[in-house]
Design a protein around this ligand. Structure first.
Ligand SMILES: Nc1ncnc2c1ncn2[C@@H]1O[C@H](COP(=O)(O)OP(=O)(O)OP(=O)(O)O)[C@@H](O)[C@H]1O
Ligand SMILES: [Mg+2]
Length: 429
């Protein structure tokens, strides 16, 4: 039997990978056996189910060879390769590299940086190593490759993502469509045996003990934590809430931070009777004129805002006011008090709950050009990179479009004396 060519003990999340049939993300600190365990599982499935096609990817094709594929070649499929059951095909300019099994199974390997090579494949299993490097869009794109299995092939379509933890706002941590499992150092048989750390385990742990700060918390302790110097402690477990339809009588506020090369950020927020602010909807999009944005706002929302708080660009504001048939309000722009006001809302109030929430899936559509450039594509993604400069005097000026907008909205509520905002003309949507 070919199955007896490898024997690996599996525990924890990898055991669950064998047991279940759904897609999953396995998160854990460095060296818990994620790559080895998942590749072993994949190898087993390909041996057992003739003609199964799989894709093993990383964000960057070149980075695969040194890491994931070395583990596969030298630890997981070594005997099978030596026995001639698996052959490596090096690929061509048009065809991706692949490991070919003599039972017709195959692993296509590649990077998301060379989509033309891998996107032609139809596969049953997609294994993404170091998945922290991926964007939501990468995952959605890859998911379309899960199809076309033959009758004898592995009978499920699955995506398996392996990752070290990153910021708590990362899509892998907050997405609800892919289960998140945790793996621990005790799950790695080379580090931990019979209730005790092995010699290798003690050595490895001592090495991880040398890490400091965020790296230590992520790679040693396996925690999803924000980078040092992050300005807003946005915790999705606390601040991100499921979508709901706000009652019609809750106050609605719109905020707009203009942009063309940079994204325009539009936020629709609602305020509950206790004064809690909920971000309910957003547009985050480049290269679109204000009149087109305005039309989209009207399509997306049937709520009448009590104010449209805007950054100070007279021309853009005039277009927006004209297209929406409503006056806009100039934002309270000072940074320091605005940041403090947002921080105050993010902290729990007396009743233990914060006063600022973001609903899940607020975004209208992802701007592909931003996703491709590795930039944030929505409000929640900006939190991770919004950090103080070294002297902690001002935020580092990058990717703060939706956060500026949020700051204006909070300042409007908390820092500006309330005043009536007059609607101009008809407001018939
Ligand atoms: N099931 C296992 N049985 C025996 N040894 C294992 C097993 N899993 C992992 N190992 C050993 O532990 C080492 C680290 O495992 P692996 O590279 O899979 O960790 P990882 O969780 O992917 O780490 P990283 O987070 O750094 O990518 C492997 O090179 C291998 O030697
Ligand atoms: Mg790994």
């Amino acid at each position: 039997m070919t199955d007896t060519l490898v024997q690996v003990e599996v525990r924890g999340a990898i055991k669950e990978l064998f047991r279940s049939t759904d897609s999953m993300t396995i998160s854990g600190p460095a060296g818990t056996g994620k790559s080895m365990g998942a590749l072993f599982w994949l190898h087993m499935m390909l041996l057992r189910h003739p003609g199964t096609r799989a894709l093993v990817v990383r964000k960057v094709a070149r980075s695969l060879t040194g890491t994931t594929l070395t583990t596969y070649r030298e630890k997981v499929a070594k005997e099978a390769i030596q026995a001639g059951i698996v052959h490596f095909y090096g690929g061509s300019p048009s065809e991706p590299a692949a490991f070919r099994y003599d039972n017709g199974s195959r692993i296509v390997v590649g990077g998301l940086d060379e989509p033309q090579k891998i996107m032609g494949s139809e596969v049953s299993i997609i294994l993404i190593d170091e998945a922290i490097e991926t964007t939501t869009r990468d995952i959605n794109m890859l998911r379309t490759r899960l199809r076309g299995a033959t009758a004898a092939a592995y009978p499920h379509y699955r995506m398996v993502l392996l990752t070290n933890p990153g910021p708590p706002t990362h899509h892998l941590k907050i997405r609800t469509d892919i289960r998140l499992l945790y793996s621990r150092h005790e799950d790695n048989p080379s580090l931990y045996q019979n209730g005790k750390w092995t010699e290798e385990g003690l050595r490895y742990k001592a090495e991880l003990d040398l890490l400091t700060g965020v790296e230590r918390q992520r790679l040693r302790d396996g925690r999803w934590v924000a980078s040092e110097g992050v300005i807003f402690e946005f915790d999705p477990a606390v601040h991100l809430v499921d979508r709901f339809d706000p009652p019609g009588d809750w106050d609605t506020l719109w905020g707009v931070d203009f942009g063309f090369t940079n994204p325009l950020s539009w936020i629709e927020s609602v305020v509950d009777p206790d004064g809690r602010l909920y971000v309910a909807r957003e547009i985050y999009k480049t290269k679109t004129t204000v009149d087109v944005h305005a039309a989209r706002m009207r399509e997306l929302s049937d709520r009448r805002p009590s104010a449209i708080v805007c950054d100070h660009q007279a021309e853009n504001r005039a277009v927006l006011a004209r297209e929406l048939g409503m006056d806009t309000t100039a934002a309270h722009k000072t940074v320091s008090d605005g940041i403090q006001a947002v921080q105050r809302r993010l902290r729990p109030a007396e009743d233990g709950r914060p006063r600022l929430f973001v609903m899940r899936d607020t975004l209208d559509t992802v701007d592909d050009s931003l996703a491709d450039a590795g930039k944030p594509t929505c409000l929640v993604e900006e939190f991770a990179t919004y950090v103080w400069d070294v002297r902690k005097e001002a935020p580092v000026k990058q990717d703060d479009h939706a956060l500026d907008n949020l700051r204006y909205l909070v300042a409007h509520l908390d820092l500006v004396p309330r005043r009536e905002v007059q609607a101009v003309g008809s407001f018939g949507w």
